[in-house]
Design a protein around this ligand. Structure first.
Ligand SMILES: [Fe+2]
Ligand SMILES: [Fe+2]
Length: 482
């Protein structure tokens, strides 16, 4: 049933790409499968492989009803290959091939570039599972534990999605890349994951919520750009991945929001009006708002690095060749070629942050990053509403993009949260006022104690407003022991 809405669910690998009729690819995937399961058991959620988790599984690509919920042991999860339905007569929407029919096979001249894009995207998916593998043990509730595991199994499926494209369209090279994706390890000295933020630790649940808010949102922006691709199988793959990705950002946004709500509530109940009265707030067993801001600063700046250099010929080439578009390219109104236009880019000139007009084609990383910052701002605004509603005088903010950068224009300077360039001594003296200090991390870690009674929540986080799949408050989202 190629291109169908429903998924062939009976075989080893659920799919809507008619794997049964494609013996070569099916064999490649079936050969890869045991290694994947080994990887999942070694590097997936530690200590919960035998638990029954109330998970959603994709059973269709119909936007109106694509998932079903049930208790599953994670290693038995049905990781499938799902592509959004084909758009009839789809055309390439941008770059030098604009208007030509979308490619159903890899264009020879772009093979290397396309393979690189798939591998970089694919590498992030297992990386985040590895980063989050210890968190189950300190989950603040069964609800949160279930959400963590849902994100984890779907990142696993996203790895499958990229591996399918590599194996179907890149032959032997693709099979080798698929093996490599299982070999690299987040944070490993010799075989690290490809991108910096995916080698950082995710040591506690506030980090996890920040990661799903900020870093999964980078994932969303990259998938949006690849969903525009002239290579149709990639576009269809990414369009379906975006359906799942929305839940990951929901977990992040509502997670941070619940931390904020709980803090504000505890402050009010105990008559603390000053959010900077950190010792008294912490004595209540909740996370003070200035520390929440420091976590925002850390995860925002780490994630900005994922967009790469502000001015980039790789980005220009990927666009010009029709492989990677802009965010919502199909909704933009211009010539979709960008040969004659410019785009404002923040640059570091003589130690100052200045705006410069740059050829639009080479500024595409910057543009995607700008769209990302706007997308982040929405969540920050909703968090601030919660603080305001509680009557507490504090506002969270996204700081200047020059702050704490390792990649791009600002990697060579130290900048304060407003983008003013500092000397190394001043930065070192101020660092702990802006980024989580060792002491802050210790305090957060001290709160991370597991709560595993159904319907109960750790004292530092509020209960969610609604359950998953409309389940009631006392629902047992994870059955730890059968
Ligand atoms: Fe993903
Ligand atoms: Fe994700």
């Amino acid at each position: 049933m190629p291109d169908g809405m429903n998924v062939d669910y009976d075989g080893l690998i659920p799919n809507n790409v008619d794997l049964n009729a494609d013996a070569r690819v099916r064999k490649a995937l079936e050969t890869w499968h045991p290694g994947y399961i080994d990887w999942w058991k070694d590097m997936g959620p530690e200590g919960f492989q035998e638990s029954l988790v109330y998970l959603r599984t994709a059973i269709s690509v119909d936007p109106k009803g694509w998932a079903k919920f049930d208790y599953v042991k994670m290693p038995d999860y049905k990781w499938g290959i799902l592509l959004a339905p084909a758009v009839p007569d789809r055309r390439i929407g941008f770059g030098q091939h604009k208007g030509e029919p979308a490619w159903q096979e890899v264009p020879g001249e772009y093979r290397a570039m396309l393979r690189r894009l798939l591998v970089i995207q694919g590498d992030t998916e297992p990386a985040s599972v590895e980063q989050q593998r210890h968190l189950g043990k300190t989950a603040p509730s069964l609800y949160d534990m279930r959400n963590l595991f849902q994100v984890n199994v779907e990142e696993g499926r996203h790895l499958w999605a990229m591996v399918y494209l590599l194996q179907k369209y890149f032959g032997k090279d693709g099979r080798e890349e698929a093996e490599e994706l299982l070999r690299r390890r987040s944070g490993h000295q010799d075989t690290p994951r490809m991108l910096g933020a995916f080698n950082e630790a995710t040591p506690d649940w506030l980090s996890f919520f920040m990661f799903t808010f900020f870093t999964d949102r980078d994932g969303k922006m990259q998938l949006e750009a690849l969903a525009q691709s002239g290579f149709d199988p990639l576009s269809r793959t990414c369009r379906f991945m975006l359906t799942e990705e929305a839940h990951h950002m929901f977990v992040g946004e509502t997670g941070v929001q619940r931390v904020i709500e709980r803090t504000c509530q505890a402050m009010k109940e105990n008559g603390i009006a000053d959010p900077h009265d950190i010792d008294r707030v912490r004595a209540l067993g909740v996370i003070d708002l200035p520390t929440v801001q420091k976590k925002v600063n850390l995860h925002f700046s780490l994630t900005l690095d994922l967009f790469g250099n502000e001015v980039s010929t790789n980005a220009a080439n990927a666009y010009n060749s029709g492989l990677k578009g802009r965010y919502r390219e199909d909704k933009l109104e211009d010539d979709h070629r960008l040969l004659d236009s410019t785009y404002p880019v923040l640059r570091c000139v003589d130690g100052q942050v200045v705006k410069e007009e740059v050829a639009a084609l080479s500024a595409l990383n910057m543009r995607l990053r700008d769209d990302y910052v706007v997308d982040c701002q929405g969540g920050i605004g909703r968090w601030n509403k919660a603080i305001e509603k509680a009557g507490i005088n504090f506002r969270l903010a996204l700081l200047n993009v020059a702050f704490n950068r390792r990649i791009g224009e600002f990697s060579k300077v130290h900048a304060d949260p407003d983008g003013r360039v500092l000397d190394a001594g001043t930065w070192a003296a101020k660092r702990d006022a802006w980024l989580p200090s060792g002491e802050d991390d210790l305090f957060i870690t001290s709160l991370m104690r597991p709560v595993d009674a159904a319907g109960a929540y750790a004292g530092w986080i509020a209960a969610p407003k609604v359950g998953i799949d409309n389940k009631p408050g006392h629902f047992e989202y994870v059955k730890l022991h059968e």
